[in-house]
Write a protein that binds this ligand. Sequence first.
Ligand SMILES: Nc1ncnc2c1ncn2[C@@H]1O[C@H](COP(=O)(O)OP(=O)(O)OP(=O)(O)O)[C@@H](O)[C@H]1O
Length: 259
Amino acid sequence: MTGVAAARHQERDPLAAAGVAVALVGVHRSYTDGQGRVTALDGVSLRVPRGSFLAVMGPSGSGKSTMLNCACGLDRPTSGTVEIGGTDIGALKEPALTRFRRERVGFVFQSYNLLPTLTAEDNITLPLRLAGRRPDAAWLRELVDRVGIGDRLGHHPSELSGGQQQRVAIVRALAMTPDVVFADEPTGALDAEGADRILGLLREVVDDLGQTVVMVTHDPRAAARAHATAVMAAGRIADVHQAPRPAELAERLAFLGGN
Ligand SMILES: Nc1ncnc2c1ncn2[C@@H]1O[C@H](COP(=O)(O)OP(=O)(O)OP(=O)(O)O)[C@@H](O)[C@H]1O
């Protein structure tokens, strides 16, 4: 977007003007299963500023995955709105929503989800090629250098350690300069040292490169690496902790009924 186009866009959209990457307003999501209606989200409102790192914690069944799925457009709320980068994604029908997600949202999962037959480099550039976009060589070089996989780009996933595969997945998620990266338990499959490195990297891409990350985690130490942690309980945001200590989060989670 040119500077003029961006300014016009921001005039139209106060959230984009305020630098909000993701906004959920009054999001409800309920499911009907064999036993009746289950309320997974019961009125979630949340704003994630651009260039910030938000962790999401909460007891099992509190609605974290449902919230993440609604926030990224993989699931649709029963009511309420979700905006990403100023776009109301509820107004997008398929296949526009799929295209939007592919181009404006990055994902990092616990299982790295790399294609085994492609090299690290081809895995990284695949989403760009699918979107018909030419890779921004300078941005990719910055990312690759930052995460330290420059000498691994020609390798296949099976030739990389878990930590290296996760670093490739992070570069892939950021390659499109998305409005936001959603990370679901990104360190769940790593040892403590590997996890620490990945969390440090996520924090760096936010602090140094201005990216936005929303991460679901069960680990208070992981959450404490974010700028803020939203704690969910019974389908709502119970509270948001700014720069919390791990012990503070562990105590809060224990109070809410374990993790
Ligand atoms: N497709 C579905 N059909 C019926 N109920 C669902 C469905 N998805 C989620 N739920 C219910 O919604 C509630 C929230 O689930 P969700 O998976 O979002 O919680 P969570 O906090 O991510 O849990 P966990 O930490 O165990 O992964 C739970 O009661 C769950 O059983």
